[in-house]
Ligand binder design. Structure first.
Ligand SMILES: Nc1ncnc2c1ncn2[C@@H]1O[C@H](COP(=O)(O)OP(=O)(O)OP(=O)(O)O)[C@@H](O)[C@H]1O
Length: 237
């Protein structure tokens, strides 16, 4: 079963064609990476998938529904960690977790989720007093507390220290083992190579490569996904 289906998606801001005919599909249980330069159209694509933006044209289906029309219904089944979402500064960690858990029908034990993400000791801290990395991890914990069928992670480990990044990879590995489908937006090729079953590389609103990291590496004659990416970007620009 396909959890995400995107067919010829187009979205412009004025004359700027941010997403210019993007197609891909993500199967149940897959970890799928969206890669690409700044301004390539990754966030716009994600926003169309979670119903925050209405496509100009093309078809988008998430868990069989049109996100533009069924955003609320999907919100119960999809966990989202967005790049620029902020919480109120005075909201405490525990309050945020119990609030987000309440949005879902069958949530995880939020105290346990906090512990898993290394935030158990700061449950009583206000969001505004957290470090950048703690905020990032809290956003991940909030995206996962509802035990979503699909989790959308925009800039998964941006701002995390090297140890926290590795821990996050392990937790994403656990998530994968549990059968959760994940859409991951990342600028880190080592991360995409480690975590993603398949990736799509976007450039200027179009998919310029799609396949397993290994296929992309083989197809460009590179030694790693990072090198393959640079080769693709060099050819695509
Ligand atoms: N709200 C907006 N209004 C106008 N233009 C926008 C808006 N959001 C994005 N854009 C433009 O659309 C294009 C795609 O942006 P988008 O944020 O989707 O790219 P991205 O791949 O997520 O980039 P990054 O890696 O920098 O986050 C860019 O040219 C950007 O300037």
């Amino acid at each position: 079963m396909m959890v995400i289906e995107v067919e010829d998606l187009r979205k412009s801001y004025g004359h700027n064609r941010a997403v210019d005919g993007v197609s891909f599909a993500v199967a149940k249980g897959e970890t799928f990476g969206l890669l690409g330069h700044n301004g390539a159209g990754k966030t716009t694509t994600v926003e169309c998938l979670i119903g925050l933006r209405r496509p100009d044209s093309g078809a988008v289906r998430v868990l069989g529904a049109d996100p533009a029309r069924h955003r609320r219904r999907l919100a119960r089944r999809v966990g989202v960690q967005l790049q620029e979402s902020e919480l109120p500064d005075r909201l405490k960690v525990a309050e945020a977790m119990s609030l987000f858990a309440a949005f879902h029908d069958d949530p995880d034990d939020w105290r346990e989720v906090l512990r898993r993400w290394g935030l158990g000791l700061i449950w009583n801290k206000a969001y505004g007093d957290l470090s950048g990395g703690q905020k990032q991890r809290l956003k991940l914990a909030l995206a996962l507390v509802g035990r979503p069928e699909l989790v959308v992670l925009d800039e998964l480990t941006t701002g995390l220290d090297p140890v926290a990044r590795r821990e996050t990879w392990t937790l994403i590995g656990d998530l994968k083992a549990s059968g959760t489908t994940a859409l991951v937006v990342s600028h880190f090729m080592d991360e995409a190579e480690e975590l993603c079953d398949r990736v799509a590389v976007l450039s200027r609103g179009r998919v310029i490569a799609l396949g397993t990291p290994r296929e992309l590496v083989a197809g460009t004659g590179a030694g790693s996904l990072a090198e393959a990416y640079l080769a693709l970007m060099g050819a695509g620009r």
